[in-house]
Ligand binder design. Structure first.
Ligand SMILES: *Cc1c(COP(=O)(O)O)cnc(C)c1O
Length: 496
């Protein structure tokens, strides 16, 4: 990594300026001090090929919804995502600014969209890969193997051999059988022992599946590795995806400190601390608090710079960059029954077999907004996916203004654990992704974008909407992370 750049104004200060206001004013790298090394440094071995993805560079005021309106006017009937590449860069910048000591290794499983992965690669991120195919994807984009951690504690032998051929030597383990397997297939690996350290609550707990006991098992694994002649270099943990607690990082770092001592005593050279994932990713969420907990714990338990610190954020980079747009293509009116008021069932063109698998697997609570605002008051309804399965229910009960066939719904924060899991079951295709990028960010990070190999087309500003959506204050769109302002033209709806 390039040395940490000189301090400039923080993103929080500079971002008080709305992104959309000064269309002609170029950003400078003073606005993004944490990224100022990027113009000179190339983080890629060679140019990447992501040519299948066209990126629209947006000038003037725009938002994902305004871009979508443009699409919808062309008579679309398929669901689609607007992906804001700039959101990924903003989040990378925020990370580097708040946790300059912690190198993010993006967890590819969260969303393996090549454009997302190659953008993070060009910005300088490393990668957490769990399989041969993920290693293939990342190295195929020009990322050197030293920027990859093979962080699946239960690996197929053939994948270990593939990693070895690819030069990926940092591997995670949490059992003695995995140590024996690695002894056979990659005896020169640099091992990271994953311990269990669960947040008090998490959207998706992972401790039930991975991570050895930090007090009983981990010291034994460190000794066994030494006896087998294997090198352990570090300790990792994963708090759980969508962790509901920040103090867990402090606990994990404290446990890791003790195991660094145990590892050194067993003859290893302990030098890598891996904080795993669990960081929030929605619009309006912030890593400020968790970054403070981490920085404090690092200065207490790992005060010297001799230890390399990484983390494996997935959701943090992917969730907010993707906004999903779905069409209401059918509806069914149910009459009032006893106490229950009349109820409308809306059918949309993406469901739990597609993007909304996140409702089942990732335990997400999804909330629709309307693409075109409605003056009418909300009425009881439910939202269903397009397949013929009764399980395919996106929201069982909510309140929306009456929608007609042809209405579009907007679903923000849909980039994490959605697209890679989606299937075209029953003949309904997985939504396409339409990437966009603000002109000023394109200018600012031109070198980064050009090294991704993506094709950029410059579009004139889309027709502006009748932007008089005026929801009550508590319902107004939440700001982007660390206060980046967004287009104010989405109506957020209550009780959904
Ligand atoms: C899924 C996963 C991550 C990413 O977790 P997020 O909560 O999305 O940040 C990181 N590391 C490992 C090993 C994982 O399995």
């Amino acid at each position: 990594m390039a040395p940490h750049p000189e301090r400039g104004p923080s993103l929080a200060e500079t971002s008080a300026r709305p992104l959309t206001r000064h269309a002609h004013e170029h950003l400078t790298l003073v606005d993004w001090p944490a990224l100022s090394h990027l113009t000179s440094a190339s983080h890629l071995q060679r140019a990447m090929k992501v040519t299948e993805q066209q990126v629209r560079v947006m000038q003037g005021p725009w938002s994902p919804a305004s871009v979508a309106r443009d699409e919808v006017l062309r008579g679309h009937e398929e669901p689609f995502y607007i992906m804001d590449l700039g959101e990924v860069a903003r989040r990378y910048n925020t990370w580097k600014e708040l946790m300059p000591r912690v190198q993010p290794f993006y967890a590819v499983k969260c969303n393996d969209d090549k454009l997302l992965v190659s953008t993070l690669a060009a910005l300088g991120a490393g990668f957490d890969c769990a399989s041969k195919a993920e290693i293939e994807l990342v190295t195929g984009l020009g990322v050197t193997p030293d920027r990859i951690i093979f962080a699946n504690p239960a690996k197929l032998s053939s994948h270990i051999r593939y990693a070895r051929e690819a030069g990926v030597t940092t591997l995670t383990v949490d059992s003695d059988t995995e140590l024996l397997k690695i002894k056979q297939h990659m005896p020169d690996a640099e091992l990271v022992v994953r311990i269990r350290c669960d947040a008090s609550s998490a959207q998706c707990p992972l401790g039930i599946k991975f991570g050895c006991d930090p007090l009983l098992e981990a010291p034994r694994l460190l000794k066994l590795a030494a006896v087998l002649g294997l090198n352990v270099v570090g300790i990792s943990f994963h708090a759980g995806s969508g962790a509901g607690e920040t103090a867990v990082y402090s606990r994990g770092i404290r446990l890791a400190r003790a195991l660094f001592e145990a590892g050194d005593a067993a003859g290893h050279r302990m030098s890598l601390l891996d904080l795993g994932g669990g960081f929030p990713g929605h619009h309006g969420s912030s890593i400020r608090e968790v970054s403070q907990v981490i920085s404090e714990a690092l200065s207490t338990y790992f005060p010297s710079g001799g230890v390399r610190v990484i983390a494996e954020p997935g959701r943090y980079f992917a969730a907010a960059a993707y906004t999903l747009f779905t069409l209401v293509h059918a509806k069914r009116q149910l009459p009032a029954e006893g106490e229950a008021p009349p109820h409308t069932m809306y059918f949309i063109n993406d469901g739990v077999y597609g993007s909304f698998n996140c409702v089942l697997y990732d335990h997400q609570i999804v909330t629709p907004e309307l693409l075109q605002e409605s003056p009418e008051s909300p009425t009881p309804c439910s939202i269903w996916g397009p397949s013929c399965d009764g399980l395919d229910c996106v929201i069982g009960s909510c309140q929306l203004p009456p929608l007609s066939i042809g209405s579009w719904l907007v679903w923000r924060n849909m980039g994490a654990y959605t697209i890679p899991v989606a299937s075209p079951f029953n003949g309904f295709p997985v939504p396409t992704v339409k990437p966009v990028l603000d002109y000023r960010l394109w200018v600012l990070l031109r070198d980064v974008w050009s090294s991704t190999g993506a094709v950029f087309s410059h579009s004139s500003p889309p027709p502006s909407s009748p932007a008089d959506c005026s929801p009550s204050s508590s319902l107004s769109p939440s700001p982007s992370p660390e206060g980046w302002a967004r287009g104010n033209d989405l109506c957020e709806l209550p009780n959904c």
